[in-house]
Design a protein around this ligand. Structure first.
Ligand code: NAD
Length: 319
């Protein structure tokens, strides 16, 4: 935290800051020749595809569900076809990127990758179990990154060993928190845990920059930067709906036409996934103990009903 604050203090001011500055010192950057992605949902699939297209590395895409893998790859084909049709990329480039994606349901297939990014649902026990397995399966030099939206990186890193003084694997754990949709949004939050080494940090930043992304460093604090700011805003929109301060369209329209955001908060919550929004609010609430982060009752009820937004066909809107 102190290191990044000191660096930030010396940054040039103004809008060109992100592009003109790199956090890394090249001497510390390890070479990444292959990637593993765990979870082929909306985030994992996007990360795998952009890594294949921009960083041009082979990607082993793991999901516990064959149906999710099939659905994800079908979606990748659709995105690539769209890019070709709009002449954003050539047919050869699309075929080359698609050829770099290897789907599998076996996590053991990550035994020779240089970098892993985990993007399974936001369930703490699920993530810690996966990192405990990764410490055994992945090579001893591999960077082990999580795409968590809110769970402590220090906690996830601690799951790699039962001995807290053993930093062999935990020093290689970091968060690369991509924004949704990954092919479009440039921002990636980089969060280090207490155990994370400087080389892990530098390598992760260099790799996301290779993917064409812009890194912002956040401390390992509940919600990090993006969701600490975004989620209370979305939650407040749900409270406004629930308590009758405004109707669905009024809430979305005033924010769209009044603050120049491309989507209103309820449409955005549907797009992110209401289960993901609730999970993040729960972490903010539990970790800080501050009642201002209490999830809206309506958000809980909608998740209870299975109305998760766009991905389930029903949320604040119907899809
Ligand atoms: P998702 O539900 O779309 O996808 C999760 C995928 O993980 C599914 O395909 C599921 O089959 C798979 N999975 C479940 N258990 C698994 C296991 N044990 N091994 C392998 N695969 C498994 O979720 P998502 O929206 O892609 O979110 C993934 C992560 O990214 C979460 O941590 C979330 O908080 C974070 N995130 C989400 C967003 C967003 O807007 N949705 C944005 C940034 C970060």
């Amino acid at each position: 935290m102190f290191a990044s604050s000191i660096r930030l203090a010396s940054l040039p001011k103004g809008p060109s800051m992100a592009r003109s500055f790199s956090y890394t010192s090249p001497a510390r950057v390890a070479e990444v020749k292959s990637l593993g992605v765990i979870g082929a949902g909306q985030m994992g699939l996007g990360i795998a595809l952009v890594a294949a297209q921009r960083a041009q590395v082979p990607v082993t895409l793991v999901d516990s569900s064959q149906a999710s893998l099939d659905k994800g790859l079908k979606f990748a084909d659709k995105l690539l076809e769209k890019d070709v049709a709009k002449q954003r990329i050539t047919r050869e480039a699309a075929d080359a990127a698609r050829g770099l994606l290897t789907p599998t349901i076996k996590i053991d297939d990550l035994s020779s990758v240089d970098f892993v990014i985990e993007a399974v649902p936001e369930i703490p026990d699920l993530k810690t179990k996966i990192f405990s397995s990764l410490a055994q399966i992945a090579p001893k030099h591999a960077i082990l990154a999580t795409n968590t939206s809110s769970i402590s990186i220090t906690k996830i890193a601690a799951a790699t060993s039962t001995d807290p003084t053993d930093l062999q694997a935990s020093s290689r754990v970091i968060s690369t928190h991509f924004m949704n949709p990954v092919p479009i949004q440039k921002g990636v939050e980089i969060i280090r845990g207490l155990q994370t080494s400087q080389e892990t940090m530098d390598t992760a930043i260099a790799f996301v920059e290779r993917m064409g992304k812009v890194a912002s460093v956040s401390a390992d604090s509940p919600g990090f930067l993006a969701n600490r700011i975004l989620m209370p805003y979305l939650n407040e929109a749900v409270i406004c709906l629930e308590t009758g301060v405004g109707g669905r369209e009024d809430i979305d329209n005033i924010m769209k036409t009044g603050t120049n955001v491309p989507m209103g908060p309820l449409v955005l919550a549907d797009f992110i996934g209401l289960d993901t929004c609730l999970a993040i609010m729960n972490v903010l609430h539990q970790e800080t103990g501050d009642s201002k982060y209490r999830p809206a009752g309506l958000l809980r009820r909608m998740v209870d009903a299975g109305w998760l937004g766009r991905k389930s066909g029903k949320g604040f809107y119907d899809y």
